[in-house]
Write a protein that binds this ligand. Structure first.
Ligand SMILES: [Zn+2]
Length: 105
């Protein structure tokens, strides 16, 4: 089922537009009613957000730096790899955002 392509109607009769929003601190896709502002989160993204939240609570996202040659190495936890469908050989980019180090697939 491709949720992204669904055209939804709200219970109030208004049209629902696709939105990108944040839920539990994770970027998710969803729909928002143009009339009553009711929001629905894409079920596949909601599932992903719940699993990431669970992993975060168990401290599965805390990693230690290691040294390889002159570089430092961090590992990416399995739950993130699965949620983001990361593949070997894929390019990732480090970004510095307001004092945070962000790894963008
Ligand atoms: Zn509505």
């Amino acid at each position: 089922m491709e949720f992204e392509n669904l055209k939804l109607k709200c219970e109030c009769g208004g049209n629902m537009d696709k939105i990108k929003t944040s839920w539990k601190g994770i970027d998710v896709r969803g729909w928002k009613c143009s009339k009553c502002s009711e929001e629905i989160i894409n079920p596949a993204d909601a599932q992903k957000a719940l699993e990431l939240e669970k992993a975060r609570k168990k401290n599965l996202f805390v990693v230690k730096l290691r040294t390889v040659g002159k570089s430092k190495v961090v590992t990416i936890p399995r739950s993130i790899i699965e949620a983001e469908k990361l593949k070997d050989g894929q390019k990732m980019e480090w970004k510095l955002e307001r004092g945070r180090l962000v790894l963008v697939p």
